[in-house]
Design a protein around this ligand. Structure first.
Ligand code: DON
Length: 302
């Protein structure tokens, strides 16, 4: 299969579409992003890449960063992490507080906002935000083999100024004894790792540690690779996870910046970016693009 021809065709098809979804506006700094952007990259385990569209434009990775903090937390805490956060799909929007009330402040999974806040809280313990953010950036840089990956301070500040909902989630978990740092400190760290900006090419390369195969960086144990992929498949698109698994058949993690990182185990990491979102807060054209890619390559795991 000619992968370059495939991504070129997918970009052409997506750019021609009129239905682009709605750009997230609850973080004001993201609201002004041009919805016409579209980028896609396939990275093979050895680092070869195939790209089309705006694949070298930086975008805010937002919740895709939750993959990297989860990998770091599993490396540090191992199975102890699961005393504080579950491994079940929530069937609820990413920022919902509903289940926390009935479930003793234990979030359903590490990808919904309360779960990701617990993960950040766990890796923060005993450290300063600056150290933890340095560690997250170094992890991503070494996964990507690229030192030029940074945080967009304007996005972090913009989210912090409108961070009441995440602060409420953090305080609620603190009330249940499932939060160890001051909510403002953990939320501040979380807003900053969500504000990491990357290109599709950098993100696809960084995703290779979850692909396995000859030449892929080995940053975590093979067991953790399998488990993170399982969580991506079941929870990576929030209340849209079942639909994504049905249509694409691959583990994926989305972000409200419009990026999605998709893993074809043993074959490739795929990143797409289109800022317009669907009703579940996942990239509308990004999902269509990886659906087209999975159909053409036969890379579905099913
Ligand atoms: O906490 C938030 O709301 C954002 N920093 C991240 C949410 C997000 O990316 C949800 N994904 N689709």
């Amino acid at each position: 299969m000619d992968l370059q021809q495939l991504v070129t065709q997918i970009a052409k098809d997506m750019i021609a579409r009129r239905d682009r979804g709605i750009v997230a506006d609850y973080i004001p700094e993201l609201a002004s992003i041009d919805p016409d952007h579209f980028g896609i990259t396939i990275a093979l385990p050895d680092g070869r890449i195939y790209s089309a569209g705006d694949s070298d434009t930086r975008f805010s990775i937002q919740s895709v960063s939750k993959l990297f903090t989860l990998a770091i937390a599993l490396g540090k805490l191992g199975d102890r992490l699961w005393q504080r956060v579950g491994r079940e799909p929530s069937g609820q929007p990413f920022n919902s507080i509903l289940q926390l009330e009935h479930e003793q402040g234990i979030p359903r999974n590490p990808f919904i906002n309360p779960g990701a806040l617990v993960v950040t809280d766990a890796i923060l313990q005993g450290h300063e935000p600056r150290e933890v953010l340095g560690e997250v950036l170094r992890f991503i840089q070494s996964a990507a083999g690229d030192g030029d990956i940074r945080i967009d301070e304007n996005v972090a500040r913009s989210e912090a100024m409108h961070g009441d909902r995440n602060l409420a989630l953090a305080h609620f978990m603190a009330a249940h004894g499932n939060f160890f740092n001051p909510p403002e400190k953990t939320c501040g760290t979380y807003f900053h790792h969500c504000a990491i900006e990357m290109t599709c090419e950098q993100l696809a390369r960084a995703g290779r540690f979850l692909v396995g195969g000859e030449g892929a960086p080995r940053l975590i144990s093979p067991a953790s690779v399998r488990r993170i992929n399982a969580l991506m498949l079941t929870c990576g698109h929030y209340d849209g996870s079942g639909d994504f698994a049905y249509r694409v058949g691959l583990p994926g993690k989305s972000g409200v910046g419009g990026g999605i990182l998709v893993i074809a185990p043993g074959r490739a990491a795929i990143s797409v970016w289109s800022p317009g979102l669907n009703a579940h807060g996942n990239s509308h054209l990004g999902t269509l693009a990886v659906e087209q890619l999975a159909r053409a390559t036969g890379w579905s795991i099913f």
